[in-house]
Design a protein around this ligand. Structure first.
Ligand code: GTP
Length: 843
């Protein structure tokens, strides 16, 4: 018997059906469930993992608890200590920087460069603030940070675990005659209201009511477990379930409950019944919201907006729910209820109480921090997968002497060992193990770098079509776009094809308001700088970008380069086959970027920005697990503006005001291989993995009892005197929609789409077509617009939806008139971008 994997094995496994095959055996499932609390306890100091992560890890480690714990500890980051890290004076920081400068031959290298949420230990950061305030000493200090936008929640992400471990697990399973653990939901969280859904149909209301009422006693952490059986019209589901009942108190003293139905069965017929039960709940009852992270279904009535709904006592809920079921099935009543619900939400959103702003703890000399004679430019690097984006940016940094030689040598050795020598430069940007293993950028990577002429923020966005939502998030933070084209034969064609990303990225750049698009013709070394090919691609792209997308000729800049050897990146080219048609009087990529920074600066559009921009913080994590009863933290990334300790932020859409007690950011200490958290007085645009700490017992209790108040993916904005900084949230809006290629599926009233704004994504419905807009951009009222085809423009009404709950969660938005960035919205359907719009009115 083979003890290693052979080609045939690979073939067999490739033919296996991961998701639809058999299930994990009930015994194994039971065993895993038993081990989970032990693993969870060991991970109490860690954050970011889900129930499924633990479950899968135990399975992948063949139930070896120690192995699973140590593997999970490597995968997830530690919670920051609640003790403030020793404060480092500017002088000490300066000394450190000087030391690092001298130790790298007078150049500050990337070994001291990156901070990212996954805590790559080779890399550490100097924040923009440091860079700005210490600019004379650190002018060559770049910073790389990986956006932790938590967009994993928003779009399917590739499965974790190495191929080998999957194969090993599959192999083991094959031997046992079972398939790998199901990725499907393992828990249903159902509100008490729903538990009493339909005593006739499911027979569970009565049982649960009686058992539950008996069981509800104050118990540890308000969690109650009871065995139960669910009988329904579809048959009975016995005792393979346990129910957990969490009785939570909201701040208003009204209670609501969450029932967890744990599915510990693997029997397909029972699973089928569970699914029917699940479908029933989702098709019929309101307050079920899909949790994005681990595909659980959760219900609570604790949403601030939902606070408009009465929250009766558990007994009242039981009694009233029983009487309500028949009428609930009446369609008209449903519609009226839904309408009322939407109105309630709208009113709730509009009535959001904005607290008074609070003063910063310290008076900082903001003028000196932000006065910067050099112009700023943030550019998003976009383009089809493998166009060479990361390699080019790696070369860009290297040619500016921003990469420490030892660090680059290390990357070269590592990439050679991994058989991916050509990726050494790309690895400067692609820093996660996953990205390096797969050779694909997965998340946004922001890098701060400056030259004598300008300060740049590079936003390296993933090219793969699965990661377009992250690309949208990257683009919405940039001033201009850098569209990288693989000019090699077939390279351009595959990116420019129907399924390629070049067109989609170009459309998004235009829709998200890029002021310029620099088209970087890359990989020209592969075709010996063929002028004819270059001109042909330029002609085709110009036609498309002007005629189909909407850019003006003046907004487009073309430049030939080779990212791999650095030709025309920052130094004038010497290769004859290029200089013969691209003479030295023409600009390098660096010169183009420096010039664009100056153009923006002159137009007064960039340098004022950080100081005057709205503070927007995109949340990736919330932790209440601190010793102090009042302490909690919110982690995330600063999308724009800046904030100081002592100031007050408000969550959107939850509307919870919070005063910042302290701000910490991680600093990797390469020498000790640990992450140290440094306390700061303020945090500014593009800072990533920022921990905002709060000391507010009341808010902490509210957060614990109401998960909707602040969720990962939500935004925090700064409360200012005139409320101007606070972001509105809505579930309904009018927008000017600009449609792209609809691939022969027209848009009808009622069409379902996904709307993207910044890092947010929500399911929505186009509810009404209000006007057509003709080619002269004039509104054209038609009697009745039946459908919209490709490339049409119209003013439409959009309403967020939640198929399962009918309780859409509002999205933070602004009108385009008030905010050009938050006023833009992108529409996707079936994995492709079908249009973009400007928000005209929040309804
Ligand atoms: N010959 C040549 N190869 C290049 C050039 N630029 C990139 N490559 C190669 O193209 C491959 C892909 O490069 P990446 O930089 O990872 O491409 P990417 O666009 O960042 O990929 P994603 O971010 O995953 O979309 C690597 O093997 C690079 O070495 C170039 O200018 N010339």
């Amino acid at each position: 018997m083979a003890t290693y994997l052979e080609e045939d094995d690979l073939h067999d496994y490739a033919n296996d059906d991961y998701d639809e095959g058999d299930e994990i055996s009930p015994e194994d499932d039971e065993k895993i469930q038993e081990l989970i609390p032990q693993v969870k306890k060991e991970l109490s100091q860690y954050t970011g993992f889900t129930y499924d992560d633990i479950y899968n890890e135990i399975w992948e480690c063949y139930m070896e608890v120690d192995e699973a714990i140590s593997s999970l500890k490597k995968k997830f980051k530690k919670k920051p200590s609640s003790k403030p890290a020793p404060k480092e004076s500017k002088l000490a920081a300066l000394a450190k920087i000087k030391k690092s400068k001298s130790s790298s031959e007078g150049k500050v290298g990337l070994s001291g460069l990156a901070s990212r949420s996954n805590g790559n230990k080779d890399l550490k950061s100097i924040s923009i603030l440091d860079r700005l305030s210490l600019k004379n000493e650190t002018s060559s200090q770049p910073k790389v940070s990986r956006g932790n936008n938590n967009l994993d929640n928003l779009e399917s992400k590739p499965e974790g675990g190495s191929k080998l471990s999957k194969l090993a697990a599959l192999r083991l399973n094959k031997g046992r005659g079972i398939a790998p653990p199901q990725k499907e939901q393992k828990e249903l969280l159902i509100s008490k209201k729903d538990v009493n859904v339909d005593t006739r149909k499911f027979g569970i209301g009565k049982e649960i009511k009686e058992d539950l009422m008996k069981t509800i006693q104050p118990a540890k952490e308000n969690i109650f477990e009871l065995p139960c059986s669910i009988s329904s019209d579809y048959g009975s589901i016995f005792s393979k379930f346990s129910l957990k009942h969490e009785l939570l108190k909201s701040s208003t003293n009204s209670s609501f409950s969450i029932i967890t139905v744990k599915n510990s069965t693997s029997n397909p017929s029972i699973q089928n019944k569970v699914n029917q039960f699940d479908n029933f709940l989702h098709s019929t009852y309101l307050p079920v919201t899909k949790l994005k992270t681990n595909d659980k279904l959760i219900v609570s009535s604790g949403n601030k907006i939902k606070a408009n709904f009465t929250k009766p006592s558990p007994d009242d809920i039981v009694l009233s729910a029983q009487g309500n079921q028949v009428s609930n099935s009446n369609k008209d009543t449903e519609e009226i209820k839904e309408k009322k619900l939407v109105e309630d939400i709208t009113v709730g959103v509009k009535n959001l109480k904005i607290p008074k702003p609070t003063k910063p703890k310290k008076k900082l000399d903001l003028d000196s921090i932000f006065s910067n004679e050099k112009p700023n430019l943030s550019f998003a690097v976009i383009g089809h997968v493998d166009a060479g984006k990361s390699t080019l940016m790696g070369m860009f940094l290297k040619s500016l002497n921003k990469v420490n030689k030892n660090f680059l040598k290390k990357l070269e050795d590592e990439s050679a060992r991994a058989g991916k020598k050509s990726f050494a430069l790309a690895w400067i940007m692609d820093q996660t193990i996953d990205e390096r293993q797969r050779g694909v950028t997965v998340d946004i990577c922001t890098t701060a770098v400056d030259t004598n002429e300008a300060n740049f923020i590079i936003i390296d966005a993933p090219g793969h079509k699965d990661y377009v939502p992250r690309m949208i998030s990257g683009l919405s933070q940039a001033d201009i776009g850098l569209l990288i084209i693989d000019a090699n034969y077939d390279g351009f064609e595959s990116g420019f094809s129907y399924d390629g990303q070049t067109k989609e990225h170009a459309l998004l750049s235009y829709s998200l308001g890029m002021k310029k698009l620099v088209i970087v013709m890359n990989k020209l070394d592969m075709i010996d700088y063929d002028e004819e090919r270059y001109n042909d691609i330029e002609k085709r792209l110009r036609e498309f970008l002007v005629n189909d997308v909407g850019f003006t000729q003046e907004q487009l800049i073309f430049v030939p380069v080779s990212g791999i050897d650095g030709t025309n990146v920052s130094k004038k080219p010497t290769i004859k086959s290029l200089t013969s048609w691209y003479p030295n009087c023409k600009p390098t990529l660096l010169e183009i970027l420096e010039n664009e920074a100056k153009v923006l600066h002159a137009a007064n559009e960039s340098s004022k920005s950080i100081f005057e921009e709205k503070f927007l913080f995109q949340i990736s994590d919330i932790s209440t697990d601190y010793h102090q009863a009042s302490e909690f933290s919110i982690t995330g990334r600063v999308n724009s503006g800046f904030i100081q300790t002592g100031e007050t932020v408000i969550s959107s859409p939850g509307g919870l005001p919070l005063q910042i007690d302290s701000i910490k950011t991680p600093e990797s200490d390469a020498s000790k291989d640990i992450e140290v958290y440094k306390e700061r007085d303020c945090t500014v645009k593009f800072d990533n993995n920022v921990f905002l700490f709060f000391k507010d017992k009341k808010a902490k209790d509210e957060l614990k009892s109401n998960i909707d108040l602040v969720r990962s993916g939500d935004l925090l904005s700064k409360v200012s005197v005139d409320d101007a900084g606070v972001i509105a949230s809505t579930i309904k809006f009018n927008c000017e929609l600009n449609l792209f290629d609809l691939r022969d599926i027209p848009l009808l009233p009622g069409s379902k789409v996904l709307v993207h704004s910044g890092g947010q994504e929500r399911p929505a419905e186009i509810t009404q077509f209000l006007y057509l807009i003709d080619s002269e951009k004039k509104k054209k009222k038609k009697k009745r617009i039946l459908h919209l085809g490709s490339y049409k423009r119209a003013v439409v009404e959009v309403k967020l939806i939640d198929e399962s709950t009918k309780l859409p969660r509002p999205i933070p938005l602004m009108t385009f008139e008030n905010d050009e960035r938050l006023g833009r919205i992108v529409f996707r359907r079936d994995g492709i971008t079908i249009g973009a719009g400007k928000i005209l009115e929040l309804l």
